[in-house]
Design a protein around this ligand. Structure first.
Ligand SMILES: NC(=O)c1ccc[n+]([C@@H]2O[C@H](COP(=O)([O-])OP(=O)(O)OC[C@H]3O[C@@H](n4cnc5c(N)ncnc54)[C@H](OP(=O)(O)O)[C@@H]3O)[C@@H](O)[C@H]2O)c1
Length: 361
């Protein structure tokens, strides 16, 4: 059976404690736990079993844990973090994996995977191509459920110049949406706008460096950034707005939505792999579901495409579409729409739909 590996890190302390059933960690001083985590070497957490493609092929994969929190990955010495990820990659190599995926902020390290690929004998992917494909599918589905037509809808993409955000922007502009691209670096935003205009000269594209200004009057907001901060000022949102939060860690918290059941927040990149997939531990998603970045590593393994795929920001519309096609071939599906790790109910959709229609009339 062909094998892959996936390098992941805890998105927060609470998930870390839950994943190990060590709930007392939540009561300890965070700086103390973080200090210990920093010195823990990477190790194999579990083997994912039960992945069976529609073609009948079966694969399995090892989840390799790097015990660093997002804030630690961002703030610790770059070489220290890079070496931790490479160490994890060596464990993957030794376990017989033929390709290794990088999850969340592990995908930001070493020039977005390039330096990790150079240090290993097996290829590397970040999963960004399939993440784009799944996120856009989820946005189209949620928009249809709430009654938003994409043509002329105002879609704000925060983190638009990133690997995921830039391709989401291109795919949504191609649907006729009016897109507002947001990030901090203005020259990269201008470059992206020009690239998009070269493909679709009459596209409606605006640039904004101010998130709170950009989100006013938005129909749909996408967050796809490399910051763990809460980015959205909820009181600025119109009733009936959809937010697709692709970022891991998330850019919008459940707490910030207090009393705003007229806003629909959906998860950006969650899929149901084919077969009876079991991760054998909890990492924050319901049983049998996976993040699209892990799924991309699975798909490349099923295809025996042992090549560096979505690294170094090398993501494109073509790659996202290719991943979408291969996912269908093997039976990977967008998971039922979820909000804050729970399935969205018809009642939630109806509330958002109603709020939207009252506001628009
Ligand atoms: N669900 C999944 O399976 C999955 C898979 C892949 C990725 N992801 C997540 O998707 C997110 C994006 O990944 P990526 O690879 O596209 O990252 P990336 O290429 O590094 O892009 C990050 C983007 O965020 C912007 N940004 C960073 N800090 C910001 C801030 N404070 N305010 C506004 N914009 C900010 C950056 O532009 P500036 O620096 O100019 O601001 C850039 O446009 C990450 O959180 C990642 O973990 C999820």
């Amino acid at each position: 059976m062909d094998k892959f590996a996936f390098i992941f890190h805890p998105l927060d302390l609470s998930l870390y404690a839950d994943g190990f059933n060590e709930h007392h960690l939540k009561k300890m001083k965070p700086s103390l736990v973080e200090g210990v985590m920093k010195w823990l070497p990477p190790f194999k957490r579990e083997t994912i079993t039960g992945i069976k493609s529609l073609t009948g092929d079966e694969i399995e994969g090892d989840m390799i844990l790097v015990s660093l929190l997002p804030e630690q990955i961002l703030s610790l010495d770059n070489n220290f973090v890079l070496n931790r990820i490479i160490e994890a990659g060596k464990i993957a190599e030794q376990s017989g994996a033929k390709i290794v995926g990088l999850g969340a902020y592990a995908a930001q390290v070493g020039k977005k995977g390039v330096l990790i690929a150079k240090s290993l004998k097996i290829p590397v992917t970040t999963g960004s191509s399939y993440t784009v494909s799944v996120a856009v599918e989820a946005i189209l589905k949620a928009a249809a459920m709430v009654g938003i037509k994409l043509v002329n809808a105002k879609i704000v993409i925060i983190g638009a110049t990133g690997s995921v955000g830039s391709i989401c922007s291109k795919l949504l502009v191609a649907q006729g949406a009016h897109v507002v691209i947001v990030a901090r670096n203005y020259s990269r935003l201008t470059e992206l706008k020009n690239e998009m205009l070269a493909d679709i000269p009459d596209a409606a594209i605006e640039i904004d460096g101010d998130i709170n200004k950009a989100i006013r009057d938005a129909d749909i907001i996408i967050t796809s950034t490399s910051t763990p901060l809460d980015l959205i000022e909820v009181k600025a949102l119109n009733p009936g707005t959809i937010i697709c939060d692709i970022s891991r860690p998330k850019n919008i918290s459940r707490e910030s939505l207090h009393n705003r059941d007229d806003i629909l927040v959906i998860e950006g990149g969650v899929v149901k792999p084919p077969g009876n997939v079991d991760f054998h531990f909890s990492f924050g998603l319901p049983f049998g579901l996976a993040y699209a970045c892990i799924a991309e590593t699975m798909i490349l393994t099923l295809e025996k495409r042992y090549e560096n795929y979505s690294i170094g920001g090398n993501v494109s519309v073509e790659k996202a579409e290719e991943m979408g096609r291969l996912a269908k071939k093997h039976g990977f599906k967008l998971a039922k729409l979820m909000s804050f790790d729970r399935q969205i109910s018809n009642g939630q959709i109806e509330k958002v739909k109603e709020a939207r229609s009252i506001f628009k009339n």
